[in-house]
Design a binder for this molecule. Structure first.
Ligand code: SF4
Ligand code: SF4
Length: 175
């Protein structure tokens, strides 16, 4: 994935992607990134702050400068854990997370690969309704399951409705 240093390549933003980005920002009625005054409040409270080279305030700044293509390959795009703290903290209602979601959608729509772990989570949810398989837990040196702990087994929910909503969302065009 690209970091901020990879952006220092003296390339110009792609006008087509910038136009598409601006169109979607307007269509989704998102607060326009130009309202950001780079106060860093989003970054100072970001849960994923330590995991990424590009921080939320820089993400917003680079988005409004038009580096949409580079941001679609950036580390923060998939490291963001969607805690929404940046949305709550922003005095300008810019919400870096909304821009991150938007670029995720643009990335998926473009057919680019998403991180393998994320694909696994999506598969787990569509197959079982859980983000990960049912795990054993360690009690002392022993790994025990729910039955051994006297807990009821977990029922797999009826996922038909969920799957059809998910498929519709995946098929929806964002242009
Ligand atoms: S908190 Fe809002 S205004 Fe401040 S840097 Fe982040 S996005 Fe910009
Ligand atoms: S939603 Fe993402 S970008 Fe915003 S504070 Fe949480 S982890 Fe950071």
């Amino acid at each position: 994935m690209n970091g901020i240093t990879d952006l220092l390549r003296n390339v110009r933003p792609s006008p087509e992607l910038v136009e598409k980005f601006n169109q979607i920002v307007s269509k989704l009625n998102l607060e326009y990134p130009y309202h950001c005054f780079q106060c860093f409040k989003c970054t100072s409270g970001c849960t994923s702050f330590r995991l990424t080279e590009i921080k939320p305030h820089a993400f917003v700044n680079l988005a409004r400068l038009g580096f949409v293509e580079d941001l679609m390959k950036s580390d923060l795009l998939w490291a963001c854990c969607q805690c929404l703290k940046c949305k709550e903290r922003c005095p300008q209602d810019v919400a870096p997370v909304d821009i991150i979601f938007l670029l995720r959608r643009m990335t998926v729509s473009s057919g680019a690969e998403i991180p393998e772990e994320l694909s696994k989570i999506i598969m787990n949810v569509t197959d079982t309704g859980f983000i990960q398989g049912i795990q054993k837990v360690k009690v002392g040196e022993e790994a025990v399951d729910r039955e051994q702990l006297g807990l009821p087994s977990l029922e797999i929910p009826n996922l038909d409705n969920f799957r059809s909503v998910l498929m519709k969302a995946l098929e929806a065009q964002i242009e």
